[in-house]
Design a protein around this ligand. Structure first.
Ligand code: ZN
Length: 275
């Protein structure tokens, strides 16, 4: 697992085993807040170890940016903490996360020590603010990747933990392409120093405009490309000809996962257009 200090009392973690998924920690004098957990128990446990032994505080809150496994299945490793999320996150985790966890547990022995912990504190509309030491964390909706996404702004530092609403290759299979475009445009207005993506590397201030443009262009390009072939009889076969590079993205992102994510985006858009 990689670890980096993003600013004073703000830390970032990135998985070396699963899809470069990320997590964050904001620490105050008495306690810390964890933003997302990582995919496998060992990595989440080493985040906890770092907080308890290096920073010498307990974790009081765990924020889930959305309900997907790679961001929430480590909640159980912070037993004293309150889990905070969008109300839809709680609902989706209960409805879809729990059954898929039961299935996954049978395949993966490492998951035996996991228990799904549902968010205890949720919000629906507007923002929620959590004060940690001298910093405000502002939680706001950021849908598109999923219908429960939130972002967490460290107000004083202008650092945004964007969850999967901002990715090296946007992924809208479980969400909505227009919602994701709207979330990205909203993020672009925040005047940020850094965007912490749910997967991949931290985006620095000088890179933000280009990254925003690239993601919005990509989402518009996949919409346009799929619409262009959607009426054709063999539409689903034609999806393979829509390469990621034609939509303005590189296939090297996320250790080569990019093309897989791209093809799944196309398939889901075609499916939704046929509805
Ligand atoms: Zn994810």
């Amino acid at each position: 697992m990689h670890r980096e200090r993003v600013s004073e009392n703000v830390f970032w973690f990135q998985s070396e085993v699963y899809a470069q998924v990320t997590a964050g920690v904001v620490v105050g004098p008495q306690w810390a807040v964890v933003i997302d957990t990582l995919a496998l128990p060992d990595e989440t446990l080493s985040i906890r170890e770092f907080i308890e032994h290096e920073l010498s505080v307990p974790v009081r809150y765990v924020i889930n940016t959305h309900y997907h496994a790679d961001h929430t299945w480590g909640n159980c490793f912070f037993p004293g903490a309150t889990v905070v999320a969008h109300a839809n996150c709680r609902k989706l985790l209960e409805e879809y996360g729990m059954p898929s966890f039961e299935a996954a547990k049978k395949q993966n022995l490492a998951l035996r020590q996991v228990k799904i912990v549902l968010p205890q504190m949720t919000f629906i509309d507007g923002d929620m603010t959590l004060r940690v030491g001298k910093k405000n964390l502002i939680l706001s909706s950021a849908f598109g990747h999923s219908n429960d996404g939130i972002s967490v702004l460290v107000e004083e530092d202008r650092i945004l933990f964007a969850g999967d609403s901002f990715l090296p290759v946007p992924h809208v299979v479980d969400g909505d392409v227009d919602d994701n475009i709207a979330s990205i445009k909203q993020i672009a207005k925040l005047g940020l120093e850094n965007i912490v993506q749910g997967h991949g590397d931290i985006i620095l201030r000088g890179e933000i405009d280009a990254a925003v443009k690239e993601n919005v262009n990509y989402l518009n390009a996949i919409k346009k490309s799929v619409r262009g072939i959607s009426k054709r009889k063999n539409a689903s076969e034609l999806l393979e000809d829509i390469k990621i590079e034609n939509c303005g993205k590189s296939r090297v992102y996320l250790g080569g996962l990019a093309e897989t994510l791209h093809q799944s985006n196309l398939k889901s858009l075609l499916y939704k257009m046929a509805q």
